[in-house]
Design a protein around this ligand. Structure first.
Ligand SMILES: [Zn+2]
Length: 268
């Protein structure tokens, strides 16, 4: 597996996405926005994703370990790094997880929340994603989307939305993300494909996948064409150019003008 990576922050704040690639592994984590609310953790989201990601790479070095088991172990190890923080805080640092691993002739995938893995198969495209997060709190989400980004009303609506989201996060009636408990790993969507059926794969944060899913400014086939031509950098630059045409989120309502954007491109 040949892997190319790029990641780019959405604004002046530190990047809360994290990515890694090895000859057998591609990982993308997308830290969830805190919207300036209390997290109970003095380390912050960039610290959380860097430590979770590096432990995930280490636990999955053993090909006999399942992705679910590797994620549960990595979550446990990261929680043990900061027992002095309030890990029971509903705003404790959390992230989406997308992992693609090659094991001989098999490709295993794991997705938890909305960072998708797109497989370009010889017979078509498959999008592997977990959209349970989009199903909760539709009214509060709509309220955020009513306002242009950078307005006081938008910031206030976003804080209300994130506060309410935290109450449903990692509960049976809500949606699951990587946070402080290993239990979330059991709720990830997992599966396997045969390497010989796949030409290429893209592991993305939603800051990139929205070019297709929300902005509808490219198809997945066009995304793979961009990745082949200019690599992850060209794809991220394209997202930024599209967003620059709508800086206040009037055409495409969103939480921020530009979100942290990450692309990992795998080829065989
Ligand atoms: Zn902490």
């Amino acid at each position: 597996m040949r892997v190319a990576i790029d990641t780019h922050p959405g604004g002046a704040a530190p990047n809360e996405d994290w990515a890694a690639g090895t000859p057998s592994l591609a990982v993308v984590l997308d830290g969830l926005s805190t919207a300036g609310l209390d997290t109970g953790c003095r380390h912050g989201v960039p610290w959380y994703v860097a430590h979770l990601g590096s432990r995930l790479v280490a636990t999955l070095a053993d090909p006999d370990r399942s992705l679910t088991d590797g994620l549960a172990s990595a979550l446990e190890q990261v929680a043990a790094l900061h027992p002095e923080c309030d890990l029971g805080n509903p705003g404790t640092p959390s992230a989406t997880v997308a992992v693609l691993r090659q094991r001989d002739e098999t490709l295993d995938h794991l997705v938890l929340a909305d960072s998708p893995i797109v497989l370009e198969r010889h017979d078509g495209l498959t999008v592997l994603t977990d959209l349970r997060v989009d199903e909760v709190l539709p009214e509060l989400r709509a309220e955020v989307e009513q306002h242009e980004t950078h307005t006081v009303e938008h910031q206030a609506a976003l804080r209300r939305f994130v506060s309410a989201q935290r109450q449903t996060r990692n509960t049976p009636s809500g949606y699951w993300v990587a946070a402080a408990s290993p239990e979330a790993a059991e709720h990830a969507l997992v599966g396997s494909s045969s390497v010989k059926d796949v030409r290429a794969a893209a592991v993305l944060s939603d800051g990139v996948s929205r070019l297709v899913t929300e902005y509808a400014m490219a198809t997945w086939s066009e995304v793979f064409a961009m990745l082949r031509k200019g690599g992850p950098r060209e794809l991220i630059d394209t997202v930024r150019k599209v967003e620059a045409t709508d800086p206040t989120g009037r055409r495409w309502p969103r939480y921020k003008s530009g979100d942290d954007a990450t692309a990992v491109f795998c080829q065989w």
